[in-house]
Design a protein around this ligand. Structure first.
Ligand code: AP5
Ligand code: ZN
Length: 227
């Protein structure tokens, strides 16, 4: 099972990825999470990626392909994996197909989370994340149990804590309306053409991700069992 979770920023890749991971017992590999970890650790890759990510641009193909190449060699990827946020360019797509072909494997499904651009700003600007686990919350759609609001209805930062660990949540530096414009331009310009590459192979399954999370999950589940 080699799955690609596909969709624009805020589509729900990070929301549904961990649930597929639990269901199928294969790891979710998020290049965004891996790059954020590299930035936090200030590795060479992290230093190169930091400013690009904050502005909403794409990190170079060499870097992300290298990260994925190393990661999928690890033992827990033996029976498959879920790619979140990769591939994002045709160059990355070709590199992925080549890596897989060397192992006699190929992409089994591309789950496209379809959402109109207009709803994404609210999702992105209301998101809070637990950095260590990658769990994401939303001030309106998925608030943490601990959330308190001030007299203007704004969430109190100190009350934004992870449900499982009680650790503080944070907002991503690229979750601004300005960076989102750039991220969406990259998505439509560089990433959407990837679908044309996979469509003839019959592996693309489209899900309506512009509905409540539970409804999206039901459709994701159905797409997993659809041939
Ligand atoms: P990455 O981390 O991959 O960010 P992204 O693609 O922009 O996607 P997001 O994480 O914003 O969206 P998501 O679909 O995971 O949404 P989520 O489920 O959290 O990449 C970040 C950056 O890293 C890139 O910009 C780039 O610089 C670099 N990078 C990464 N990979 C790269 C690559 N391959 N090549 C080059 N550069 C790369 O949901 C969002 C919010 O909405 C949450 O708050 C959630 O609670 C809420 N929500 C989810 N579903 C619903 C729903 N149905 N209804 C209401 N709210 C919902
Ligand atoms: Zn994500």
């Amino acid at each position: 099972n080699i799955l690609i979770l596909f969709g624009p920023p805020g589509a729900g890749k990070g929301t549904h990825g961990p649930k597929i991971e639990d269901l199928l017992g294969i790891p979710q590999l998020s290049t965004g999470d891996m790059l954020r970890a590299a930035v936090a650790a200030q590795t060479e890759v992290g230093k190169k990626a930091q400013a690009i990510m904050k502005a909403g641009g794409l990190v170079s193909d060499d870097i992300v392909v290298g990260i994925i190449r190393d990661r999928i060699k690890e033992d827990d990827c033996k029976f498959g994996f879920i790619l979140d946020g990769f591939p994002r360019t045709l160059e990355q797509t070709k590199a992925l197909d080549k890596m897989l072909a060397e192992e006699g494997a190929c992409v089994t499904k591309v789950i496209e989370l379809q959402v109109p651009d207009e709803v994404l700003e609210e999702r992105i600007c209301g998101r809070w994340i637990h950095k260590k686990s990658g769990r994401s919350y939303h001030v309106k759609f998925a608030p943490p149990k601990s959330m308190k609001t001030d007299s203007n209805g704004k969430p109190v930062a100190e009350s934004m804590l992870d449900d499982e660990t009680g650790e503080p949540l944070m907002q991503r530096p690229d979750d601004t309306a300005t960076a989102l414009v750039k991220r969406l331009a990259g998505y439509h310009g560089e990433t959407v053409p990837i679908l044309k590459h996979y469509e003839p192979k019959g592996v693309v399954k489209t899900v309506n991700a512009n509905q409540k999370m539970d409804g999206v999950w039901t459709e994701v589940l159905a797409s997993l069992s659809r041939k």
